[in-house]
Design a protein around this ligand. Structure first.
Ligand code: 0L1
Ligand code: MG
Length: 259
């Protein structure tokens, strides 16, 4: 794919996010779009955001549950990036800034040292983790009806949109990180629940896999980055007026209102 086309598609997706307008998936026009090309579009999109003065908080992993991978018929998760404008201190999700947001509960890792693949292990990740924190990720695919193929969603920065972090921080050795139970309620009604082993058997596996995937591009995870490891619960569609409340064993509660 020509550089000019990569740039054109990245601009198109940035514009869709800005205009809060769902758009046809890229593969409708480019049916042969490869995963490699999709990451090139994502990289261009990241450069556009950095060029606009946004700060990258860190990468995220997506499609980390066996259920989601099966749904898209893939055997490897994907990654994208979280920027400063996606994170806010107030516990409010402004729905008029988004298209069709969904929420999922995750565990985020904050690194104390760099992690560089290709052979990063789960133990390396645990040794390089300063803290883990609970996070509610809001995903908002820019595509019509939240429907896409794997290359589409990679190009669209893995549907990244907003993140709400909790205030409880734990050292990784303070918890059984694969046995964290999570409940996700909306308006007081339990919508989903899960255990953190839903994330590639252990959320630290997700970070290790991410470091190893990035190494194929000559990239690494950096100290201080906050890494979203993937949904423990399924993603739940949000509507104006919703009160979202999630609880993690040992990591407290995160809540926000949809306005
Ligand atoms: O964070 C995620 O798991 C999202 C990955 C993209 C798939 C989706 O938008 O459902
Ligand atoms: Mg996610």
């Amino acid at each position: 794919m020509e550089n000019e086309t990569i740039k054109k598609i990245a601009d198109f997706l940035v514009e869709a996010e800005k205009e809060k307008k769902e758009v046809p998936r890229i593969t409708a026009e480019y049916p042969d779009l490869s995963v490699e090309e999709a990451y090139a579009i994502q990289e261009e999109l990241v450069n556009i955001r950095l060029g606009q003065g946004h700060r990258m908080i860190g990468p995220k992993m997506g499609l980390t549950s066996h259920a989601k991978m099966k749904q898209l018929n893939v055997d490897e998760p994907i990654y994208g990036y979280i920027f400063d404008y996606m994170v806010t201190d107030e516990n409010v999700l402004h729905v008029n800034e988004l298209i069709h947001p969904k929420v999922e509960a995750e565990i985020a890792f904050i690194l104390s040292s760099d992690l560089e693949g290709p052979d990063v292990t789960t133990e390396d990740v645990l040794a390089s983790t300063e803290y883990v924190v609970p996070a509610l990720e809001v995903i908002d695919s820019r595509y019509q009806n939240f429907q896409f193929t794997l290359p589409d969603v990679i190009a669209d920065n893995a549907s990244s949109s907003r993140v709400f972090f909790g205030s409880v921080m734990k050292k990784p050795d303070e918890m059984e990180l694969d046995l964290v139970g999570v409940t996700l309620a909306i308006n007081g009604e339990l919508r989903d629940l899960g255990a953190s082993a839903a994330v590639l058997d252990h959320p630290a596996n997700s970070v290790a896999m991410l470091a190893n995937m990035l190494s194929r591009k000559g990239k690494k995870l950096k100290a201080g980055q906050v890494i979203l490891t993937g949904g423990i619960t399924g993603a739940q569609l949000l509507s104006q007026g919703d009160l979202v409340s999630a609880k993690w064993d040992g990591l407290g509660t995160v809540e926000f209102k949809v306005e």
